[in-house]
Design a protein around this ligand. Structure first.
Ligand code: G3I
Length: 322
């Protein structure tokens, strides 16, 4: 049948995958499916700080550029991830902050320079940027990250200002996990976006990662959550969707996983302001899940041998029918 991206295009949806650059280089089946099925790609790792600025002031865009080139040759849009995060920071930065050799003022300058350099480098090439990633705790308080501890909450407004200045046309996003439904964390983003707006700082989009587990229930109030952002003029995207399970998987878990994929996609398709839906890697053998959640895995839509799973069919049916 038609590839998923052809069905998505009819729905005016960008259907994405995260891309593992090692797999893209070494695995021709991976490369083929990435090109054939998706009309959007996100760098799983290579647009993060540790890759882009491995030494202070020394930038390495090699792999990020390779992804942009791959996308261009396959007619795909590119989603940027991420201008700021507390993970995958280069050692020179974390140790410099820890030992006091990087002052607060200097850190703010470093942040400004990184965001400006990176967003300028990719200016006009990316349709969305995650400007800040995972800045709140589950209870809606600010995450005590290096950024927050050194700079206080104003680093977020700064990050958006600098990103906007460097790339005025990309849609600028906040992005997090466990914010699918209406809860303390998603409400913190809703309030933050309104506060920033009052300060003259515009946030274009709300990024819902969508890392779910078949072990837990499905967040039922996703439509209401998307709607409240839409009502204040903010678009949304599902940015890192996968649904993991406790291994070994069985038919019941696979069916539940398929249902969760389908329901997230359905919520996006039903919301005019939901613009993209990205799966966090389509192939189980490259998934981040087993490395982080012991005994869990099988989170994607293709299994380790590239056989499609019930979750693939759920995505396909939603795209075709929704
Ligand atoms: O690059 C090194 C390599 O040199 C080394 O030999 C190897 C040995 O462990 O590690 C490699 O680094 C790994 C890196 O991915 C690149 O493959 C890290 O160990 C590994 O921890 C890292 O994991 C990534 C993770 O973010 C880091 O927190 C995952 O691939 C990536 O999928 C995951 O993505 C995040 C999103 O950015 C934000 N939301 C949550 C999501 C899942 O954790």
């Amino acid at each position: 049948g038609a590839p998923l991206k052809a069905l998505a295009a009819r729905d005016h949806l960008l259907l994405g995958t995260a891309v593992n650059m090692d797999a893209l280089a070494e695995d021709s089946t991976y490369r083929k499916i990435t090109a054939r099925e998706f009309n959007s790609v996100t760098a799983e790792n290579v647009m993060k700080w540790e890759t882009l600025q491995p030494e202070r002031g020394v930038y390495d865009f090699t792999q990020g550029d390779a992804l942009v080139k791959f996308a261009r040759s396959n007619g795909q849009a590119v989603r940027g991830h991420t201008l700021l995060w507390h993970n995958q920071l280069p050692g020179w930065l974390t140790s410099g902050v820890a030992d006091g050799s990087i002052s607060k003022d200097e850190l703010r300058q470093i942040l400004r320079e990184h965001i400006t350099t990176v967003a300028k480098h990719y200016k006009g090439k990316l349709y969305q940027w995650d400007v800040v990633n995972e800045v709140f705790e589950e209870d809606g308080s600010y995450r005590q990250s290096l950024w927050y501890q050194q700079l206080g909450p104003s680093y977020i407004a700064d990050a958006f200002r600098w990103a906007r200045q460097a790339d005025p046309h990309a849609k600028l996003y906040v992005n997090d996990y466990n914010v699918e439904g209406v809860n303390a964390k998603s409400t913190a983003y809703y309030n933050l976006i309104k506060e920033l707006r009052a300060q003259g700082v515009k946030v274009d989009g709300f990024g819902i990662q969508g890392h779910l587990s078949t072990f837990y229930g499905f967040p039922g109030d996703i439509p209401a959550n998307l709607q409240r952002f839409a009502d204040i003029g903010v678009e949304s995207s599902f940015t890192e969707v996968d649904v993991r399970g406790v291994m070994p998987m069985d038919e019941t878990k696979l069916a539940r996983q398929a249902e969760y994929f389908g329901r997230m996609l359905d919520a996006c398709l039903d919301q005019k302001k939901c613009t993209s839906f990205t799966i966090w890697g389509f192939a189980d053998q490259y998934s981040w899940v087993p490395g982080v959640f012991e005994g869990e895995g099988s989170a994607n839509i293709y299994d380790e041998n590239y056989a499609v799973k019930p979750s693939y069919w759920a995505v396909r049916e939603e795209l075709a029918g929704g």
